[in-house]
Structures are given as C-alpha cells and as structure tokens.
Design a protein around this ligand. Sequence first.
Ligand code: AMP
Length: 272
Amino acid sequence: PSHLSFQKLAQENSANLTESKFNAVFAAWHFRREQACEMLCLYQPQRFEMGSNIPIAGKYKDKGTKMSFQKFELHEKILAGVQMLGYQKPTPIQLQAIPPVMEGRDLMGLAQTGTGKTAAFVLPILQRFMEKPLGRIRALIIAPTRELSEQTHEAIKQLGRKTKLRSAAVYGGVSIHNQINRLRGNVEIVSACPGRLLDHIERGTIDLSHVEVLVLDEADHMFDMGFLPDVRRIVNHLPQKRQTLLFSATMPDDVKSLAMDLLRNPVNIQIG
Ligand code: AMP
C-alpha cells in the first residue's frame, strides 16, 4: 500500500472506515494497531484526536493512546538520548520507519532532509547493537557530503550518548591518520563519504566484514555527484547478509536500479 492509499483511508468517512480496510492498509506497514490509530490522528488531526476513540465501523473501537517514543520499546538509555535532544514525539517518517527497521526489514524511504530521517535509522541501529557493542564496525552509513556525514555522526553521538556504542566519521579533506587511529579504536558505527571510504578500503585500514546494516543516505545526491559506481564498489566489500536502508528525496532511474539490486523485499515509505 502506498502513502496515498493510507491518506485515502484517513479521509474515509467513519461509516466506511471498516476494520478490514484499516487492517489491509496497515498490515503491510508493520504497524501495531495502536500505532496505526496514532497515524490517523497525526494525519487527520481535525477528525481524529490524539488519545480519543478512532471511529471505526464494526465491533472494534480502539482507543488511540499518545504516540510517544516509548511505544517503540527502545532501550531506556536510547530514550534518554531522545529526551536530551528534546524530541517530544516521533515525526511521520520515524513513525513509519522505526518499527519495520527494528524488525530487520530493508527499507526504501522517499524523504528529504529535515523530516527527521536521521533519527529514523539511527534509533533502530542503536537499539540493535545496544546489548553487544563488540568493538567492530556493524553499521555503515554512506552519504554524499562531509557535512551530512558529520551531522549523522553527531546525531549518533547525541542519541547514543548514554550507550557504549562508538561512532566515527570518515570523509576527505582532513587527515587520514587521525581517522585510521579512530578506526583502530573499535567503533561500531561509521558515517562515511564514498571517496575517503574507498581510500581506507584500499589501504586496508577499515574492516567492513562485520557490517550488518548499510544505510545509503541522500542516494539521489550521490548519483548527481557521480558516486554510484563508488557505492557499488564499496558494497562489494560488505557481507551479503545484511539489512539495507536507502533514503532519497527523488527517485531517478539509476537510484531505482541501485535500490532494486541492493534491497530485499523492502518496506516502501514516502513522506511529503
Ligand atoms: P533530519 O531530517 O534527520 O536532518 O532532521 C531534521 C532536524 O529535526 C534535526 O535537527 C533533528 O534533530 C530534528 N528532529 C528529528 N526528529 C525529531 C523529533 N521527533 N522531534 C523534534 N525534532 C526532531
């Protein structure tokens, strides 16, 4: 089901909003029922009030409860990071992406920067590695620019500040030796630009053989900047068995075919 069919559902008049329609739209999104109720509140605040009964025809009338970050069942140390950043409630992309990503699903997210997409993938990654930091690289995030790599690295540091998980940023234009030292110091999450990352791969100064989660951020910009061949070369150094998440604001053909090659049975979400 697409974003559109979801919106259509939210616009149904109450008498037509049957249980089976509701379930059909939300089942494929991997929402628990109460999360689905909250989605209706979020998209149609004029009709559905947070915490009120969702008017569904038929025998069930569930109560929507306040959808806060608690609902994701994140570790309390991760929730502490969320609180410190002052996030009150999840953004639409976080609501849609966090549950399936926590389940280990691949994901294709059509979303721009500013939607909260960083936390949408960082929170499930922190949750997944929380219990066993292990001291080797388990998540790799690839982004087109130094600024985005640095921002993501910062978000990981902030959201994960109460956890033992360590993150490193890898991009060009700064000393490679400091990065090599940092990578030797046992990090679990690397936020990288393609060029410098390949440099480390060629020098043998990064071990990507334990990567479990790959995130391609702003894939359309990577395409614009001519990085897709580099991205494919990098992916060849990763284990085949992994979770892959791809975010892009637009979907040019080259990004589509990259997604087809890399994603397995992905959940598709679209924001805006
Ligand atoms: P992003 O789209 O990931 O670049 O996020 C855009 C901005 O929104 C960043 O400054 C985030 O810190 C902020 N942000 C992300 N999630 C939330 C949230 N749930 N509530 C408030 N702010 C958020």
